[in-house]
Write a protein that binds this ligand. Structure first.
Ligand SMILES: [Zn+2]
Length: 90
């Protein structure tokens, strides 16, 4: 989840410092919350990743932006692949 979070920031060209500022926390605090060795992943990281993918869904190439699989086929809502649709909808 953390790796995915960091990849999104990179893709969107948002630096850690900028994100910390957007979040309203100090940079050192941001760094400690998102360090690789973190055992507990902050819920806002998970929320951010989910919301990001909700906004993106399946991209133009038919690749699910959540799991990045192409083979699973579209879910009923056309947002994610069948597997992710199942996972997100329980
Ligand atoms: Zn998927």
């Amino acid at each position: 989840m953390l790796a995915r979070f960091k990849r999104i920031l990179k893709e969107e060209k948002i630096t850690s410092r900028e994100f910390a500022k957007l979040l309203g926390v100090t940079y050192p605090s941001f760094r400690s919350m998102t360090k690789k060795s973190s055992v507990v992943i902050p819920k806002w990281v998970t929320a951010f990743v989910i919301a990001y993918h909700l906004g993106k869904g399946i991209d133009d190439d038919g690749i699910c932006t959540f799991c990045e699989e192409k083979e699973n086929g579209f879910g009923e809502d056309g947002l994610f692949c069948k597997e992710c649709h199942k996972m997100l909808n329980g």
